[in-house]
Design a protein around this ligand. Sequence first.
Ligand code: BES
Ligand code: ZN
Length: 411
Amino acid sequence: MRSIIILTTLISLCLVFPIFDNFPQLSLLPQSLYCKNRLIKLAPNEYRLVSEDEKLNLKRRNQNFIDMTGQIPIDVAVEQGLVTKPVLSVWQKVFLIGSKQITSLKKTIPIYNYPKSTKYNNEINKLFALIDVDFMLKKLTKFTSFYSRYYRSESGSESANWLHGQVLKLVGEFKQIQVKKIHHDGWDQFSIIVSIPGEVKDKVVVGAHQDSANLILPSIMKAPGADDDGSGSITILESLRLILEAYANGSFKPYNTLEFHWYSAEEGGLLGSIDVFSRYSNASEVVVGMLQQDMTGYVQGTIDAGVEPHFGLISDYTSVELNNFLKLIIKAYNSIPYHESKCGYACSDHASALENGYPSSFLIESEMKYSNKYIHSVMDTIDRLDWDHIKEHVKLTVAYAYELSSAKDLH
Ligand code: BES
Ligand code: ZN
């Protein structure tokens, strides 16, 4: 009887306070089952109002979506006919009134003249000799030792602080290079941005997501997230280390501003990256290309199938032109080929860039069908990863970052 009273009270609290769901410490309460206070985008013209728990169920069924709650207030979504009006109590109406103005829901993506040939082969190949697998192994071992990097957990904030410290150590005494913590509304784990200023403000972005999640019970269960996306986070950390070597000896001077991003809350529906890119869009920043590194280390799927190790070049919800530039980079700098593959829709942070009008690409460890099946569980561990494969992703990332940030005639 007592538990029925507690449950009923919690459900009614939820109905009265839809924002209740946003408090991480309360996320385990049954109220999360009943609050339809998240606006998600499942396809270009398909929006839905769901609860946190329904979001998790969609993820468990491999249904991709972007959580647009911070971008489009629910009343605006209703006004624009994106979703039908939810039945609200008086209190809910008070709490749901949003002030943000949505100017356009679908932005066009500009086309840039990406280089048609590579120019810095000598310099870049010299950097490849410096790739340090021991460094990466050490950093990934520590990164996966946090109980979980779930964006709503305390250990998720601790892992962000650790990563921030590592980035600061690399950037060291370069006064002109900025390292920023990007704090988000509604959860504590911040995103991290390193910005190496170029002659112009146009940005070339390399990204990965720092958070992990165990999809059974994200707030309770361990989530090492070695491949998803510890591997991508460490791939871009090592790439930054190499780029800084070239920056320090004066051989690399970016023309475009080069940025490295570690996003928070990708597993919550691309929440961190959508916040970052919508801020860029609101500030009229130019991003000429964004490359996402998410899952860079698992090759057992290809080995089991008797298929050559390869990159999976995601061909849907990415930029055709930037993908073509990546094909050029792979042919010039990598010792494995690419296979094109489809993700379904918005399966990682590259989708947040595209959503905000910026060309983006996503290069994963293999075609989707051979990719790591242990992600989102306690079994996503380092021992299943292949360092030669991660090295190929580092080479690709360094070459992309170096060549594109040095390109002058993009417009
Ligand atoms: N790394 C995954 C995406 C992924 C999974 C790519 C398997 C290739 C193979 C990513 O972290 C993820 O889990 N994405 C969510 C979607 C997101 C919008 C919540 C997914 O795929 O369910
Ligand atoms: Zn991921």
